[in-house]
Design a protein around this ligand. Structure first.
Ligand code: NAP
Length: 296
């Protein structure tokens, strides 16, 4: 499996496994552990989670899975995120909290739940309208100095907010976790990809398969896109989903997809995407097949 360096010390697998769906479908810790072993056996060693996944239970089940097979800890890299507070327990409204105490406590809780000594990457999950960049930077640096985290970054930030936070942190922000797929071009359009390229930063890509929507949708809006994917799947001797993933990895920014499947067979077929060298014009066939895409 290829790897990509986010900085000198942090290396992640070329494809990351998102663990958000591991706390769905009533998976047992043993089943989650077996999924982790399967991914690792195929070279996908980096896993992504967050404080809020599973209403806080996702990291618990991941921790229980790791507890069943502690040797996995040394073979894996872990990403978690903080800053979204759900309406639950003492919180009467969902909100963001990027105050220092909340960031540090959340980091400690993630480590406790996962049973890890440190996180490889710790991210601020979303743009908080009340963000105090200097305070967030000091909290991230505190987590770093205490050895809780090896690196930090952001998710869903625009370039202005990324830049403002970066101004105050002592370490570089190593990534921005954002959405990109055959069905979402927001960060190409809004200049985020250009900003990240300028700073030699690889984005981590969430929902890289648009949660399977395009493949299962009967919506006529998607028919042209589905037809193109299917014809390219035939041409490259693979699946439509692997073509969709190769579309992401074709971009010069070297974006790192975080796939969310919980199915071993689907996961294995997606790995084929790493060996697909899409022809330039085929990339544009996909890009322009989307109903809202027209070359200007
Ligand atoms: N930073 C953020 O704001 C943010 C937001 C969302 C997600 N994330 C991260 O990104 C990860 C991936 O997100 P995601 O789960 O949305 O990714 P995804 O890979 O786009 O979608 C995975 C979902 O789509 C289904 N699916 C995939 N391929 C399919 C196909 N060919 N046909 C039908 N269904 C298909 C999967 O079902 P099966 O399980 O049955 O295969 C699964 O439910 C998450 O686990 C999380 O770590 C981050």
């Amino acid at each position: 499996m290829k790897t990509i360096k986010l900085n000198q010390n942090i290396e992640v697998s070329r494809i990351i496994q998102g663990a958000m769906n591991f706390s769905r479908n009533s998976f047992t810790p043993k089943e989650v552990m077996e999924m982790m072993v399967h991914r690792i056996d195929h070279g996908v060693t980096t896993f992504d989670t967050a404080q809020i996944y599973g209403s806080g239970d996702n990291e618990v089940i991941l921790g229980e899975a790791l507890q069943l097979n502690p040797s996995l800890k040394k073979q894996t890299q872990w990403i978690s995120k903080t800053g979204i507070i759900l309406k639950k327990d003492q919180h009467s409204i969902a909100h963001y909290d990027t105050r220092a105490k909340s960031i540090i406590t959340s980091c400690e809780e993630s480590l406790e739940k996962l049973g890890l000594d440190y996180l490889d990457v710790f991210l601020i999950h979303r743009e908080d309208p009340l963000i105090g960049h200097e305070e967030v930077a000091s909290a991230l640096d505190e987590c770093f100095n205490r050895g809780y985290i090896k690196s930090y970054g952001v998710s869903n930030f625009d370039p202005h907010k990324f830049d403002a936070l970066q101004h105050f942190t002592k370490q570089p922000l190593v990534t921005n976790q954002i959405e990109f797929s055959i069905n979402c071009f927001e960060h190409i359009d809004n200049g985020n990809f250009d900003f990240l390229q300028k700073h030699h930063i690889h984005p981590l890509i969430w929902s890289p398969l648009a949660q399977g929507r395009v493949f299962i949708s009967q919506d006529p809006e998607y028919q042209a896109l589905k037809n193109i994917l299917e014809s390219l799947a035939l041409k490259y001797n693979t699946t439509s989903a692997a073509i969709a993933l190769s579309f992401i990895m074709h971009h010069p920014i070297q974006a790192i997809p975080i796939i969310g499947t919980t199915q071993n067979q689907r996961f294995e077929s997606l790995l084929e995407s790493m060996n697909i060298k899409l022809e330039h014009e085929d990339w544009y066939r996909i890009y322009t097949a989307h109903p809202q895409r027209r070359l200007r």
